[in-house]
Design a protein around this ligand. Sequence first.
Ligand SMILES: [Zn+2]
Length: 90
Amino acid sequence: MTPSKKAAYAVLGQAVRRAIMGNEGIELASTLTCPFCGSRTQEQMLEDRCVIVYSCPHCGRIMRPRKGDCCVFCSYGTVRCPPEQFRLNG
Ligand SMILES: [Zn+2]
């Protein structure tokens, strides 16, 4: 990751954390549905990081975001990732 991108993520993470503390409706738990075996796994998301590679604990296959999505939570989760929720909240 380039330093400027890292800085941008840090700033976004702070904003997301503030939104969480301010109770602005940011969810941190998401249930992923594996596209291969259909198993559901509840995961805790980080405020400022996107998960782009996730190994299904049931079948071991690797999930990656669908085209246009930033992370596996946006593609396969019940809740989009915190930075995305923050963006959508405006
Ligand atoms: Zn699976």
